[in-house]
Design a protein around this ligand. Structure first.
Ligand SMILES: Nc1ncnc2c1ncn2[C@@H]1O[C@H](COP(=O)(O)OP(=O)(O)OP(=O)(O)O)[C@@H](O)[C@H]1O
Length: 464
């Protein structure tokens, strides 16, 4: 096997095993340099990446390489020529991973704690997906409370518990937290966490090997069955049939089933009616995108766990830029940290913004949404904003409103003037310039504008 061939296969497997930010940041940037019988040399772009891989991923890489070549191989991680391990800058604002007390937790989901029980049921749970690491906000409060209840008293009130929410909003985290907590309460509990795809694959393997019975025993003899991405069961008739019987057996014997999906049961196409009604008979708890404060708390918590120091405005900037997907929010944080550590620049909004590239999902705001956000934030009335009062607090709020309307709607300057009670377009232009200038020179103004922008976006997305 050529080196190139080996590395391509290793990358393919690691891409599946690791989270996307981890893969993109640490693995994809590395290059396989040399291979002999006993050693694979991997080159990383800098000492920081080398330390990081060495500390957190070398075991995973070694396992995958062994799978591909068929025997154990030593992994040696090196750095690109010209760099050397002592070039770590001790004055960097950010603690390097080697300096930070990161305990044993890897930076991104990848650690798997396996618990085998007597009947061979397994629970592959990510050690980071525990309740204590989950931030609870208004977006997930009910799902969180229901998950706690299920972990404490499985098979009682909410059976099945159906967790439902968009991509990257914490469904898997919550599900696995149930598993961890249940095991904490009762270490002999038989927990199985499985993706729908894995369930299907296990079924196919069982059929191929003529071992249906052991498949059924494995899935029907558990105390808590956690099935992720159940929407992928759509149209798979055979899997649906098997899952129906698994579900019934567990439910009838008072065992807990927890399902996660990106949509409610009745919106999963080609789902048998009898499954749809069973999925809906317990509790459907939905998870919404978190608001700005919750996103900030998530970043803060992640930073704390990894012993990072983050200026508040940086947290706020990242949190304002990523609104709909917590995985992307975390990915942005990792990219920012990596960039700052590598470049040695201070951790400031200006320095990280070029590497963040937030997904720009521009949602057109209505003029009313802008005016309402301004009125509520500055505690002035809509009439005042549209009126001619020159009281300072009102005229500043009005100017900010004009600036935001310019940025969040497609209205022309004269139209914006009309929205503010018939002001002239030159007044609007003056206001926009003035606020833009203040934004440049005054960080608190920049922060206010970001918060308001976020609020307007959020209101517009909800309306959409
Ligand atoms: N409330 C939260 N507090 C802290 N971290 C969170 C929270 N919600 C999600 N996360 C983190 O966001 C990342 C994505 O979460 P998770 O994988 O559970 O999402 P998901 O809804 O299952 O996504 P998918 O739809 O892609 O399967 C994880 O690293 C998780 O720890």
């Amino acid at each position: 096997m050529t080196l190139e061939n080996l590395w391509t296969q290793v990358l393919e497997r690691l891409q599946i095993q690791l989270s996307r930010p981890t893969f993109e940041t640490w693995i994809k940037t590395a290059v396989a340099e040399q291979l002999d019988d006993n050693c694979l040399v991997i080159r990383t772009p800098n000492p920081f990446a080398r330390n990081w891989l060495q500390k957190y991923y070398i075991k995973t890489i070694a396992e995958v390489v062994q799978e591909v070549v068929g025997h154990p191989i030593d992994i040696h991680i090196t750095i690109a020529q010209g760099d050397d391990a002592t070039t770590d800058n001790p004055d960097m604002f950010w603690p390097l991973p080697s300096q930070a007390n990161l305990s044993d937790a890897p930076p991104e989901p990848q650690a798997v704690a396996s618990t085998s029980s007597s009947n061979g049921a397994r629970s592959d749970l990510n050690s980071k997906y525990v309740f204590s690491r989950l931030v609870v906000g208004s977006n997930n409060r009910m799902a969180h409370a229901a998950s706690l209840a299920v972990a404490e008293s499985p098979g009682r009130e909410f059976n099945p518990l159906f967790l439902c929410g968009g991509v990257g909003l914490g469904k898997t985290h919550l599900m696995q937290a149930i598993g961890h907590y249940r095991l904490e309460i009762c270490s002999t509990s038989r927990i199985v966490y499985v993706s729908t795809e894995q369930f299907t694959n296990d079924l196919i393997t069982a059929i191929r090997k003529d071992s249906r019975q052991s498949f059924q025993e494995r899935y029907r003899a558990v105390d808590v069955l956690l099935v992720d991405d159940i929407q992928f069961i759509e149209g798979k008739e055979y899997t649906q049939e098997e899952f129906f019987h698994t579900f019934n057996t567990l439910h009838e014997t008072g065992k807990q089933v927890v399902l996660a999906s990106d949509r409610p049961p009745n919106q999963i196409p080609r789902l048998q009616e009898r499954l749809c009604s069973r999925f809906s008979m317990g509790l459907i708890a939905d998870i919404q995108p978190p608001d700005l404060e919750t996103r900030m708390a998530i970043l803060q918590k992640k930073a704390e766990y990894e012993n990072m120091r983050l200026p508040r405005e940086v947290i706020e900037y990242i949190a304002s830029s990523y609104t709909n997907n917590i995985r992307e929010l975390e990915g942005a944080l990792i990219r920012a940290v990596a960039y700052i550590s590598i470049s040695g620049l201070p951790m400031t909004v200006e320095n990280i913004s070029p590497v963040l590239n937030p997904p720009v999902e521009k949602v057109e705001a209505s003029p009313e949404a802008v005016i309402l956000a301004i009125a509520e934030t500055f505690d002035v009335s809509v009439d005042d904003l549209k009126g001619s009062s020159r009281r300072r607090e009102i005229s500043v709020a009005r100017q900010i409103g004009m600036y935001l309307m310019r940025h969040h709607t497609d209205l022309s300057l004269p139209k914006i003037g009309e929205e503010f009670g018939g002001k002239d377009h030159t007044t609007v232009m003056y206001s926009c310039d003035k606020i833009a200038q203040l934004k440049e020179n005054d960080p608190s103004m920049a922060q206010t504008l970001r918060q308001l922008g976020d609020r307007i976006n959020h209101a517009s997305q909800t309306r959409k």
